[in-house]
Design a protein around this ligand. Structure first.
Ligand code: LCS
Length: 393
């Protein structure tokens, strides 16, 4: 397949594939920790880089490599690095570009631990941080210091669904010569490709849309160029947050239906967002496909669709939200997102519970905010479940 020119759905099925001796239709699971050298000279050549043979699975493995090539292709990046989890991808990026005395400018609405590790662990090693609202570019410019070494954001952000202008943020990062790192978990490359918009590095929790079946935890880093890739690969191979071959096989299997799953879930999410926005018990809904979303126009310029994540607040705040979450029957009350099953959760007490109340409020993560991840069930059934749960509020 000419993978560069083929459409997204063709590439999600075929990118990364290679021919093995038996003509396997899918990439086999090379469940091995190490690889035999032909002789001592071959072993030395593999280590020196003269030969590109495999050495040891922490350093590289064909099953993992196929997935890395596939996701890098879909993201239109230079190369991918698969990791054991999304947090492993994020911390590998922090380790590669930050250090004592360096400073990160980052979004205040992020997956909780992406901020938490900075405040409680990286700070111990002298890394400094500013958590501001990256949807407001003035706040970004004001937060920049001479020591700033990275700008980091998530868009749409978890859980507020705020949209950051990636083209403009990349421009700011490049003016001060630092990388822009974007967590693209909520969109996946099917809906948004940050590298095409100017970002330097993309991270993913592939636990979510890319794998899509709520049965694997996994992460990925995609770099725009060889220099960044080498810096990240150095951290990954030495610190060992690598993926396992079986995990790579599972994620790659899920990846092949990414576009189909998102199309289906997104179609339902549009209807559900409309339904919730018009429901008398709902205070507000944040969904990039609704005209009421503050960055509705911006979303259309950088996303290929509004996706299937939304957050909303019920009248009556947290007490009402709890009542609703306790009443759903089809929708699972569980954290995570982006799978075939619809999920509901409460960020303030769950995914973002480790962040102080004041910091959450500053980031618009209110106590009454409820997050929904729409799956691929029949929309009538999801809607009927929401309807009966809302009746109990
Ligand atoms: N980035 C985003 C945007 C996420 O939502 C998550 C996990 C991560 C990174 C971390 O990835 P992991 O290590 O879990 O693969 N988000 C979760 C959530 O919202 N609920 O449970 C996990």
């Amino acid at each position: 397949m000419n993978s560069e020119n083929a459409g997204f759905n063709s590439r999600q099925v075929h990118a990364g594939e290679f021919n093995d001796a038996l003509g396997s239709a899918t990439v086999p699971i090379y469940q091995t920790s190490t690889f035999k050298f032909k002789n001592a000279d071959h072993g030395a050549a593999c280590f020196s880089g003269e030969s590109d043979g495999y050495i040891y699975t922490r350093l590289g493995n064909p099953t993992i490599g196929a997935l890395e090539d596939a996701v890098a292709n879909l993201e239109r990046g230079f190369a991918g690095i698969a990791t054991s989890s999304g947090m492993a991808a994020i911390t590998t990026v922090y380790l590669a570009f930050l250090g004592a005395g360096k400073h990160i400018v980052s979004h205040n609405s992020l997956y909780g631990p992406a901020r938490g590790v900075m405040e409680t662990i990286f700070s111990k090693f002298g890394v400094e941080y500013s958590y501001i609202d990256t949807t407001d570019l003035d706040q970004v410019r004001k937060a920049i210091r001479p020591e700033t070494a990275m700008i980091y954001t998530e868009t749409p952000a978890n859980p507020t669904m705020g949209i950051t202008d990636l083209r403009a943020l990349a421009k700011i990062a490049h003016e001060i010569n630092v990388p822009l790192v974007v967590d693209n978990t909520f969109c996946s490359p099917y809906l948004q490709r940050p590298i095409e918009l100017g970002a330097d590095v993309v991270v993913h929790s592939m636990t979510k849309f890319i794998n899509g079946h709520a049965d694997i935890v996994a992460g990925m880093i995609v770099s725009a160029n060889v220099k960044l890739h080498k810096m990240l690969k150095h951290v990954m191979t030495n610190m060992g947050p690598n993926m396992d071959p079986h995990q790579a096989y599972m994620v790659h299997r899920g990846l092949k239906t990414l576009g189909l799953r998102i199309d289906r879930a997104q179609e339902s999410a549009r209807k559900i967002a409309d339904y919730l926005e018009n429901h008398p018990k709902v205070e507000w809904v944040k969904y990039p496909g609704l005209k009421s979303h503050p960055q509705y126009e911006l979303a259309k310029t950088q996303m290929d669709g509004p996706g299937s994540m939304l957050s909303f607040e019920l009248k009556g705040g947290l007490a009402s939200g709890k009542r609703m979450m306790d009443s759903v029957k089809l929708i699972l009350l569980a954290v995570s997102l982006g799978g075939v099953e619809s999920l509901i959760q409460h960020p303030a007490s769950m995914t973002h519970s480790k962040i102080s109340h004041e910091k959450k409020l500053a980031a618009n993560i209110t106590d009454g905010l409820v997050r929904l991840s729409i799956g691929i069930e029949d929309v009538e059934d999801i809607m009927a479940d929401l309807d009966q749960a809302l009746e109990k509020v």
